[in-house]
Write a protein that binds this ligand. Structure first.
Ligand SMILES: [Mn+2]
Length: 359
């Protein structure tokens, strides 16, 4: 596995590449062009600038998160073909820069959803939290305002203000899209894009819905092992692959993450792993915690062990972190706790490798 760190670029992230470079065991950066509107082609010159910037700091640029899928593709509107063409063009340009993994999600309207961005934990740190009681009966506009008010001034991915202005209209458009229709629209997208991705040497890696349940009545399909199996079956190609995000899938305790890693890893459909821990208090009530297994509901050792067992050679990143040591930053994406998380994951990995080379 290659240890990576998500970075929002020099204009959007107050964490520097120099700082990321100094995290022990860091191999690469997971980057993206955040100034290209969703649906537009990612220009080759901008991709090459980002690549150079990252590589000049001794880090690899092979993984992109995310090339977002335009809403018209998820809705299955006639205009989707134009956006699919643009998507393919972006993949072509990324392949020219040596990118081999492209993460994306297929969540209607919202990207990840939380009800609290700075829930105080027992040790004075804060973390992202979700409690479905707080969402029940709330209208999405109020929710958006609350999230934006507590985002420390950062524009959160998937919650960009421009996009959310259209919220009422978007909800209307989704009124006749159920889970089956969403599967159909994902299939249409993948059938067009995956053969090209394969040709360009790129694995498309769909990210699980976060949390893996319906919010505000919108359909969600990337939620369980059963649905992941259905997705990889939509197009039979190693380029139709998965991002396993332990914190997203793990919010539903019925998802056995090590088993999911083993199953899809053996099929060669695992392209990217986001590893973090969550404490699940009851179904759909959880908060994020430090990466170490003992602080949450997930067995992080077993997940790393499963990645080792399937000979996973792709990128892994610590996912969200808490805010610690007084850091003020992008919710979930501060420097300190994610660096500690990466170090913990590298430590587990070293121990697993050493133990097995002795046998
Ligand atoms: Mn994730």
């Amino acid at each position: 596995m290659k240890m990576t760190f998500r970075w929002y670029g020099k204009d959007e992230d107050k964490i520097t590449l120099q700082q990321i470079r100094q995290i022990p065991g860091m191999d690469g950066v997971v980057g993206a062009l955040f100034d290209v509107p969703v649906g537009d082609v990612w220009p080759l010159d901008k991709i090459m600038c980002l690549k150079k910037e990252i590589e000049d700091h001794g880090l690899a640029f092979e993984t992109v998160e995310s090339v977002n899928v335009h809403e018209d593709i998820k809705l299955g509107l006639p205009s989707r073909d134009k956006y699919i063409e643009n998507y393919i063009e972006s993949l072509k340009n990324l392949s020219k820069a040596g990118v081999t993994v492209v993460c994306y999600n297929f969540m209607p309207v919202f990207d990840w959803t939380r009800t609290e961005l700075a829930k105080p934990l027992y040790d004075g740190s804060t973390a992202l939290a979700f409690d479905y009681h707080l969402i029940e009966g709330k209208d999405p506009q109020t929710m958006v305002k609350e999230i934006q008010a507590s985002s420390n001034g950062f524009s959160l991915p998937g919650w960009e203000p421009e996009r959310l202005k259209e919220l009422t209209h978007l909800f209307e458009q989704y009124s006749d899209v159920d889970e089956e229709k969403l599967f159909e629209n994902l299939g249409y997208f993948l059938k067009a894009v995956v053969p090209k991705a394969e040709q360009y040497g790129i694995q498309l890696a769909i990210h699980p819905d976060d949390p893996p349940c319906s919010v505000f009545g919108l359909p969600r399909i990337v939620t369980s092992e059963k649905n992941l199996a259905r997705i990889v079956d939509l197009v039979d190609s190693p380029s139709n692959a998965l991002t396993i995000c332990s914190g997203s899938l793990g919010a539903n305790r019925e998802n056995d993450i090590p088993q999911i890693i083993r199953h899809f890893g053996k099929m060669n459909r695992l392209a990217f792993a986001h590893i973090r821990n969550v404490q699940v208090h009851e179904p759909w009530v959880f908060n994020e915690v430090a990466h170490k297994s003992k602080f949450g509901s997930l067995d992080v050792y077993e997940m790393m062990r499963a990645l080792y067992d399937v000979n996973f050679t792709g990128p892994v990143r610590p996912d969200h972190g808490r805010m610690i040591w007084g850091e003020v930053g992008r919710p979930g994406y501060g420097l300190f706790d994610r660096a500690l998380g990466a170090n913990y994951l590298c430590g587990l990995w070293d121990a697993i490798c050493r133990e097995n080379s002795r046998k």
